[in-house]
Design a binder for this molecule. Sequence first.
Ligand code: PAF
Length: 281
Amino acid sequence: MTAPIIRTKADLHALTLGWRRAGEVIGVVPTMGALHEGHLSLVAAAKVGCDRVIVTIFVNPKQFNDPKDLEDYPRTENEDARKLARFSVDAIYVPDPDQIYPDGFSSTVSVAGVADELEGEHRPGHFDGVATVVTKLFTQTMADKAYFGEKDYQQLQVVTRLSADLDLGTEVVGCPTIREEDGLAMSSRNLLLSDRARIKAPALNAAMERAKERIEAGEDMTTVLGEAKAQVLAAGFNAVEYLELRAVGTLAAVTTLEGPARLLAAAQLAGVRLIDNIAVG
Ligand code: PAF
């Protein structure tokens, strides 16, 4: 069944208020659309964990630090609604831009620490944009639970911190990354890869998996990470922005593997920026 598409916060509020009064658990899956199996796995998890499920679709201009990236971002609303039909979600919230950023909007939510490095360093302002829109989406939907993919591992840590710090009352639930058969992490940006680039793209995950095995086997971390970057470049990527081992949760730098860690990477391939991360240890 196709869910109603809601475009104003007043209409959304009218729905969610009824659900809250009935004591129902509301789940939200925040997205920027161009839905793929990764998003749909979040919807499936929300359907299991909640009485009501709202999927939000909003291409948030404040989290793009490159205007070209914002312009190129795929927008496929009708197709998205069709993909959601089989899940019988309760609402698809596609807010008009002024419902999120009305005239005169001048507030920014900024998370320190966990947002500062990696993506924070390479995409200045990105996490401020994410934190601001997520705060608005949590409050507008009045969600009890929100579902995010581990694919954007740093984002997951940022929104978890944010929701706890600001008492937003929304429990953040992280769900595993969904991959293509060749290991490429599913992402809306994969749609932007040319056929040639798509063939090269799994090399990032392959190099990370090899690095994980070597680190877990006790090899020297600097050597292993240096060689992994070289493998990614040799496979045809244009640049590796970072490929680093960090502590789970805090994302503090790790020099020796002493506990559960995360290997995170961002790399450029033919004009498309790909990110990935995997558990190590
Ligand atoms: O992960 C995304 O798609 C976006 O960053 C999010 C969480 C929907 C905020 O715009």
